[in-house]
Design a protein around this ligand. Sequence first.
Ligand code: CO
Length: 150
Amino acid sequence: MAIRNIIQLGDPTLRKKSFDVVDFGEKTHQLLDDMRDTLIKANGAGLAAPQVGVLRRIFIVLVDGKYYECINPTIISQSGSQTGEEGCLSVRGKFGTVKRPYKVVVKAFDRYNKPFTVEAEGFLARAFCHENDHLDGVIYVDKATDIQED
Ligand code: CO
């Protein structure tokens, strides 16, 4: 168990495109475990590997007590729209209004390289979209129609 440092907006790592995961072994499992501990300590809804300085296509989401680990994820379908507030552990002290799909279907691999799909609506869909954007160097502030101090 280890808490990792969450890098903040302005760090160029956050703007880079992450690479596919090819190692599903101990190193990746340790990263996932550390990310989970880091997310829980920060009281967040999601965390992507580049936020802890690792440019791999991994994110985790924790919403309403449900926990997801997504490796090499793809949003395979999306529908509807929702406009609401979101924040980011890499943009402390701010939140913004962002339009997202209302519903998404995400295909990803678990830590044992087993594929799965998950359907999400509402805030959970928002969280998946937000975290998936991190893997391409996109931060919610790029899409927000307004940003406010927390
Ligand atoms: Co974020």
